[in-house]
Design a protein around this ligand. Structure first.
Ligand SMILES: [Zn+2]
Length: 287
């Protein structure tokens, strides 16, 4: 029968008798606590650490004596609550027989402290290596939206480095999104300017054969389009302008012999803008 009840503190010391870890527990035994030196605690989480600690550097201190197990339980809970956050020094993670465990916040706090301690022991090279690994693995978990957000914040550098890690499919997806966004936010003038630059660039860099090939292809495409348009039973009365991307009535387009529905690709409004830019540039060149 157990007739002695006590609270103990187990200290794990280093070579210089400095306390590295501690553990608080309760014990009920039939022998006088001062003679109960074989019992060194049986905590689940700290079991391995305590078990492997050199015997001569384990110190058990009896803190309190109690008359019964009820007051013993209350005293144990109190002392563990007081010491449980002293991590990594304290090895207690729960109160025996009670449903008291650490909250996620408390665990995170303990984790942070343990992380800081472990980090302090690393060399700058190890830290840099860990940092790189962590950065890459965290990047892999991000959505394209988050990557884009980081890119914006990190400026060109961040954007380029995160872009370098994307697959061609991801890049194309982002590219399409970017193009749509640009179309929505740009003016017809800006769009026309870009289109012109692209056409000029292509004209300058392509061979006569390539140009002729494209022209042929274009001719066939237009012919096919015209044919399919003729077969459409119900011809729509609106079409989308190739420049401003707005859906407009047929009356808003100039007539064009080989265009879809025999109409120009761009609306009258956009066509005028295009012409103005064309003549403006032509005039400038003459001067
Ligand atoms: Zn238009």
């Amino acid at each position: 029968m157990s007739c002695y009840h006590y609270i103990y503190k187990l200290e794990l010391l280093d070579e210089n008798n400095v306390e590295i870890h501690n553990y608080f527990g309760k014990r009920s035994c039939s022998v006088n606590p001062e003679q109960d030196c074989r019992y060194m605690g049986s905590p689940k989480t700290a079991k391995e650490i305590i078990k492997n600690w050199p015997k001569e550097r384990k110190k058990k201190i009896i803190l309190e004596h109690h008359k019964n197990r009820i007051s013993l339980g209350i005293a144990e809970e109190k002392i563990i609550r007081e010491n449980i956050h002293d991590k990594p020094k304290n090895l207690n993670y729960a109160i025996s027989g009670k449903n008291y465990y650490l909250t996620p916040e408390q665990l995170s706090e303990i984790g942070k402290k343990a992380y800081a301690t472990a980090l302090a022991k690393l060399t700058p090279e190890q830290r840099s290596e860990n940092g790189k690994k962590g950065y890459e693995s965290s990047l892999a978990k991000l959505t394209p939206e988050q990557l884009s957000e980081i890119g914006k914040k990190g400026g060109k550098k961040g954007y380029e480095s995160s872009l370098a890690k994307l697959t061609p499919e991801q890049k194309s997806k982002i590219g399409k999104k970017g193009a749509t966004k640009w179309l929505e936010s740009s003016t017809p003038e800006e769009r026309s300017e870009i289109a012109k630059k692209r056409a000029t660039k292509w004209l300058e860099s392509s061979t006569p054969e390539e140009r002729s090939e494209i022209a042929k292809k274009g001719h066939i495409t237009r012919k096919l389009k015209r044919m399919s348009a003729n077969y459409t039973l119900e011809t729509p009365q609106t079409k989308i302008c190739s420049m401003c991307k707005k859906e407009k009535l047929f009356s808003q387009y100039n007539k064009k012999k080989d265009g879809k529905y025999n109409l120009s690709a761009e609306c009258k409004e956009c066509h005028n803008i295009k012409n103005k830019i064309y003549y403006y540039n032509k005039k400038e060149k003459l001067w």
